[in-house]
Ligand binder design. Structure first.
Ligand code: NDP
Length: 313
């Protein structure tokens, strides 16, 4: 038997988008309830230094920044709970969300801020050195490798864009591509190929990332010849795609083929009235903490306006 609880505004997810939605919704008096998901704080809790978030001129550790976001959301009364939303039913005007199979929330508005998860190669060394030279975000961490040699794995638009970004900061960029062609758009490919300090390693796979406490190289295997080579890099970027955490919404919410939620441009509105999507769950292009936070604010404002329209608040 699950308990039923009625709320005006339910926020699912606790990254920069979710917490910002909490701050705005609480200050607007919506008494928001937030479920954090299994990784409270989201992707930033697995990064180290964050230097590009405005307001922290000296930089801040990702987990600490998320504690600050949480404290600010709590200060205004966001009810933050550890819990995992496992099922939804968006048929009626009241939106049903099941949490941990014990609680059934009936919400007038839902702000989806479930984020996305970076895909990883799956090497133990990649996991061990994550945050110590291994990163899934060149825009976040490229700066730490100024004038150094780095590698990036992937051949999609993200990898191409990030390789180009890194080439402007780093001395040399090895781009590790597993096939003999790239998936990225023609224009992006051309840009990569025409950048002198990017060396593309075609038909190549990463065997191991080297280093004890920090990355100091990588072993690369050529899949055609079987030849192995060591590249001397201090940064290792993985750009092989992200998975938006939107699976539980797929029967109700309009998404693209990769599972990113579609919102009406310039708003956080989804195809379901009263359900809003913010942060990386609906953004495959920018994926920054600051853009996620901005969209979290939009979600709360859209929820507030919707509640006023239906006469609930
Ligand atoms: P994609 O899924 O498009 O590309 C992933 C890349 O990673 C592919 O080249 C794939 O190789 C490679 N890959 C996957 N798994 C592995 C692995 N285990 N080892 C090595 N390589 C691997 O992801 P993106 O993040 O690049 O892009 C996602 C979406 O966002 C796309 O639709 C893209 O167009 C869009 N996007 C648009 C941008 C823009 O418009 N400015 C910027 C960034 C993204 P293979 O090709 O062999 O499958």
């Amino acid at each position: 038997m699950s308990t039923i609880e009625k709320v005006e505004c339910l926020i699912i997810g606790s990254g920069p988008a979710g917490y910002t939605a909490g701050i705005y919704a609480a200050r607007a008096g919506l008494k928001p309830v937030m479920y954090t998901g299994m990784q409270p704080g989201g992707q930033l809790t697995i990064t180290t230094e964050v230097e590009n978030y405005p307001g922290y001129p000296k930089g801040i550790q990702g987990p600490e920044m998320m504690e600050d976001f949480k404290a600010q959301a709590e200060r205004f009364g966001t009810d933050i709970r550890f819990g995992y939303a496992s099922k939804v039913d968006f048929t009626g005007p009241v939106h049903k969300v099941w949490v941990d199979e014990t609680t059934e929330i009936h919400a007038n508005t839902v702000v989806i801020a479930t984020g996305a998860s970076a895909k990883w190669l799956g090497l133990p060394s990649e996991q061990r050195l994550n945050g110590f030279g291994v990163s899934a975000c060149a825009v976040c961490d490229g700066f730490f490798f100024k004038q150094q040699d780095v590698a990036i794995v992937g051949a999609g638009d993200t990898a191409a864009e990030e390789a180009t970004y890194l080439s402007k900061i780093c001395k040399k960029v090895y781009m590790i591509v597993r096939r003999s062609e790239m998936r990225a758009s023609k224009a992006m490919q051309e840009r990569v190929k025409n950048t002198p300090n990017i060396e593309i390693l075609w038909d190549s796979e990463t065997k191991e990332i080297l280093g004890e406490k920090a990355v100091d190289g990588a072993l690369i295997t050529n899949l055609k010849t079987g030849e192995e080579r060591k590249i001397n890099v201090t940064g290792f970027f993985v750009a092989i795609g992200h998975t938006p955490n939107t699976q539980i919404f797929k029967d109700w919410i309009t998404m693209d083929e990769q599972g990113y939620i579609e919102t009406i441009p310039g708003t956080s509105k989804t195809n379901i009235k009263g359900v809003f999507a913010v942060g990386d769950a609906q953004d495959k292009v920018y994926r920054q903490a600051v853009t996620a936070a901005g969209s979290g604010c939009m979600g709360a404002l859209d929820a507030e306006r919707y509640l006023a329209e239906i006469g609930v608040h």
